[in-house]
Write a protein that binds this ligand. Sequence first.
Ligand code: GDP
Ligand code: MN
Length: 398
Amino acid sequence: MNIHEYQAKALLKTYGVPISKGVPIMRPEDAEAAANELGGPVWVVKSQIHAGGRGKGKFKEADAGEQGGVRLARSVDEVKTFASQMLGKTLVTKQTGPAGKQVNRLYIEEGSAIDKEFYLSALVDRETGHVAFVVSTEGGMDIEEVAHSTPEKIVTLTVDPVTGVMPHHGRSVAKALKLTGDLAKQAASLVDQLYAAFVGMDMSMLEINPLIVTKDGNLRVLDAKVSFDSNALYRHPDLADLRDLTEEDEKEIEASKYDLAYIALDGTIGCMVNGAGLAMATLDIIKLYGEEPANFLDVGGGASEEKVTAAFKIITADPQVKGILVNIFGGIMKCDVIANGVIAAVKAVGLSVPLVVRLEGTNVEEGKKIIAESGLNVLPADDLDDAAQKIVAAVKGN
Ligand code: GDP
Ligand code: MN
């Protein structure tokens, strides 16, 4: 689960992390009060969307002004102008894709005088199973670009969960950022605070770009991007309230209600599969035969007829879907349950695209019989290869 920058900063503040004062707003008429509360003389008006690269982004609408999604304002009037220009408009950044994202919230922040910009992130290193910190002097830039062209400027260190953060971690970070004296001490306590926040809230990623040294010699977190491990969210009911559904794919929200694993993709073939491994294999074979999957939908091990129906409805509601492949290996999941679910869904929502069904495993004969006797226009398939070729041919023929 992702959250907005202003929410991430508020959480980090409770761990003592140095951040600027700021006020989130959702209506342009609240900009003046927010600006007055902060006092100025410089403010930053920041678009809140679940995507980075906002500063260099561009708005689609001409009346949103020339500048990007992060703007420096030098008067209350300017804060007001920017707020009314940006709210409700669509911001396109390197990370949003060409469709962009609508800006529904702004964060008005006290402006900082920047001396230096650094990069600092924390994530779970899958190889060691430890939390890793990634630091670089090249802040405010695209870190993938830095990793590509000057990898020696990126320093990674991991924290053993048994000992937690040790003094040497702080020293390593300070050294990597070429900080000495009081700033080195600040870096060490920042690493402590960020590690506590990361572990305490079960984050999967924390990215600060930039971390700055202010002109008056202090470290400050100027931007913060946080993702939480969804599997651990049950331990943090308060964090669930931070979810912004307007930032998420509608079909993914609907799927999560039924506990279905659904990921929207860019292609044309909707896939209903059980088990992540089979889902991966299905996506691969569709690509092998020259088409692209429209989604990844895993109904899981023991899905009920109701769940299968919900899954099928989500797939058919997507106008991108030009054909559907149901690929089930019945183990705990029974093929007759899948067949009944598919038929119930087709009866409820209709079927305007070709449908290929491949069933194998428990109760496969009953399942095939139910489909054959349903009178629906379903193309049966014998194995995965056959199924993939049939659905690709059907989609291409359209
Ligand atoms: P992003 O573009 O989505 O990564 O948004 P950021 O929050 O990182 O802001 C983009 C850039 O705006 C930063 O890299 C800074 O250079 C600049 N910026 C953000 N806040 C301030 C501020 O308080 N003062 C100054 N001078 N620049 C800022
Ligand atoms: Mn940034």
